[in-house]
Design a protein around this ligand. Structure first.
Ligand SMILES: NC(=O)c1ccc[n+]([C@@H]2O[C@H](COP(=O)([O-])OP(=O)(O)OC[C@H]3O[C@@H](n4cnc5c(N)ncnc54)[C@H](O)[C@@H]3O)[C@@H](O)[C@H]2O)c1
Length: 248
């Protein structure tokens, strides 16, 4: 049990990578707050965990993120791990065709969400004498593809914030790391592709990945488990590619 007696909040845990992380953490003994805007799917994930609670939480709302932290403290006694996984993208298209509204939304969820996670999460982590913040960034930050320019920028911010937060929070014994997944088999896939999920379209993306496939929730969950466990006690500020070699 690598997360025995730990309490984790995982945002965007109703599906995809977040669901994989919540389930893996649950299997390793953690109590998990499933924080998502998707109610039915989020409830279903939370109720299938040994110690799971769902909270309807929009990570762009300070009140909602505050409530998620309060729920963790009330139900499970505190917070040890915060996974900022909730994310969205604009459709893959030329950069000048992305509307201001789409731009604002992707920055609100992917960047402001990390800010609000820190505002509400750091005081709770401090109460426990330290902990871990894990940001789900992307290979898009390191090796951007065309058509996703503004989304790529949000993930660049996530990587820089990870390193900056790691420095500033080290004296508090709060480690801050990130995972950079390569394109993965989740609900966001067709938006990243910018078209229907056909074998030809998949081949176009897979051809740039040396290990020859897309990422899967289990790949991201296994890396998250390591980085959030005490096995990674001396690791902070690391942005770990889980990408089958894509950024080499
Ligand atoms: N799938 C990929 O190819 C890929 C690659 C690299 C990084 N990522 C990142 O991984 C993370 C998870 O995405 P995924 O691929 O599992 O997609 P997903 O759509 O399956 O999961 C995203 C979850 O976030 C939730 N969400 C969206 N907006 C929210 C908000 N405002 N507040 C709270 N929850 C919200 C959704 O309801 C959903 O459950 C994102 O940050 C994404 O940018 C994905």
């Amino acid at each position: 049990m690598r997360l025995k007696d730990k309490v984790a909040i995982v945002t965007g845990a109703a599906s995809g990578f977040g669901e994989g992380i919540a389930r893996r953490f649950g299997d390793e003994g953690a109590a998990v707050i499933v924080a998502d805007i998707a109610e039915d799917a989020g409830e279903a994930v939370a109720s299938s965990l040994k110690k799971g609670k769902f909270v309807k939480c929009d990570v762009t709302s300070s009140a909602d993120v505050g409530e998620a932290v309060e729920l963790a403290e009330k139900e499970f006694g505190g917070v040890d791990v915060l996974v900022n996984n909730a994310g969205t993208t604009h459709l893959r298209k030329p950069m000048l065709e992305v509307s201001e509204e789409e731009f604002d939304k992707v920055y609100a969820v992917n960047v402001k969400g990390i800010y609000l996670g820190a505002i509400h999460g750091v005081p709770a982590l401090k109460k426990r004498g330290g902990g871990v913040i894990l940001n789900i960034a992307s290979t898009a930050a390191i090796r951007p593809r065309e058509g996703l320019t503004w989304y790529n920028g949000t993930k660049g911010a996530a990587v820089t914030l990870t390193k900056s937060m790691a420095i500033e929070l080290a004296p508090e014994k709060i480690r801050v790391c990130a995972i950079n997944p390569v394109i993965g088999e989740t609900a966001l896939l067709t938006s990243f592709m910018g078209g229907p999920d056909t074998p030809e379209m998949r081949e176009q993306f897979i051809s740039g990945i040396p290990l020859g496939r897309m990422s899967r929730p289990a790949d991201i969950a296994n890396a998250a488990l390591f980085l959030c466990s005490d096995e990674a006690a001396f690791i902070t500020g690391v942005c770990l590619e889980v990408d089958g070699g894509r950024v080499i």
